[in-house]
Design a protein around this ligand. Structure first.
Ligand code: DX5
Ligand code: ZN
Length: 214
């Protein structure tokens, strides 16, 4: 059983509420929201007000992926906007332990994302506190990129790290280049949450695209 999380990044930005309702009807489990600041990654997307304004248009849980510097700045406001999972990048947090605590204190689930070149072992000290490890299978910043094959080993390593920390209920999410071709290997490696942007929003029939991934 996998959780399918379409990424809003590949939706039609001129009609976001309709796009979100389309994937909800199409069987999505969660909405992945990519916040980018033009500093941590070389692209800009949207901020907290947009996330807040979408909240009343769907019942899907929100999975916010913060590709920003100083992610702690946004935690309180994202909690108020009705976000369930907040994922911060390991590379963006000097005080990662503190940020994880802040997310929990704000009543949300805490995830940490790893860029392709960042080893899973960098999370060994905090593994027992996490609700999610997000393995990036592309370099963050853009949709529609090609899946990096060595991410499969990192998915396995993330699962092992969480299990060895006695944190079996925490999930492993994979993000980037997940499509009908790569999804089999991703599932086999043990990913629980699958993010898919172009593979879902780029498809004419979103329900069929979601079903194909599942
Ligand atoms: C990339 C984002 C992804 C992106 C994935 O930096 O984190 O969530 O939307 O897009 P696809 O599925 O097209 O690779
Ligand atoms: Zn993402």
């Amino acid at each position: 059983m996998v959780t399918i999380c379409p990424s809003l990044l590949s939706a039609d930005f001129s009609r976001l509420a309709d796009e979100v309702q389309d994937i909800e009807k199409g069987g999505a489990d969660c909405l992945h929201l990519d916040l980018m600041d033009g500093h941590f990654v070389p692209n800009l997307t949207f901020g907290v007000p947009l996330v807040a304004s979408l909240r009343s248009h769907t019942k899907l849980p929100f999975d916010a992926h913060l590709m920003v510097e100083h992610p702690e700045t946004y935690i309180e406001d994202l909690a108020k906007a009705g976000v369930t999972y907040i994922t911060v990048h390991q590379e963006a947090c000097v005080h990662l332990d503190r940020v994880i605590q802040q997310i929990h204190e704000a009543g949300m689930k805490a995830g940490v994302a790893l860029n392709p070149a960042t080893p899973v072992s960098t999370l060994s000290c905090v593994a027992s506190q996490l609700d999610m490890i997000l393995v990036m299978s592309v370099n963050p910043g853009f949709g529609g990129q090609k899946f990096i094959p060595y991410a499969l080993d990192k998915i396995r390593a993330a699962r092992t790290l969480l299990d060895q920390a006695g944190n079996c209920q925490a999930v492993v999410e994979v993000d980037g280049g997940v499509n009908a071709k790569t999804v089999g290997a991703v599932k086999e490696a043990g990913a629980d949450f699958l993010v898919a942007g172009s593979a879902v929003f780029g498809a004419p029939d979103r329900a069929a695209a979601i079903a194909a991934l599942r």
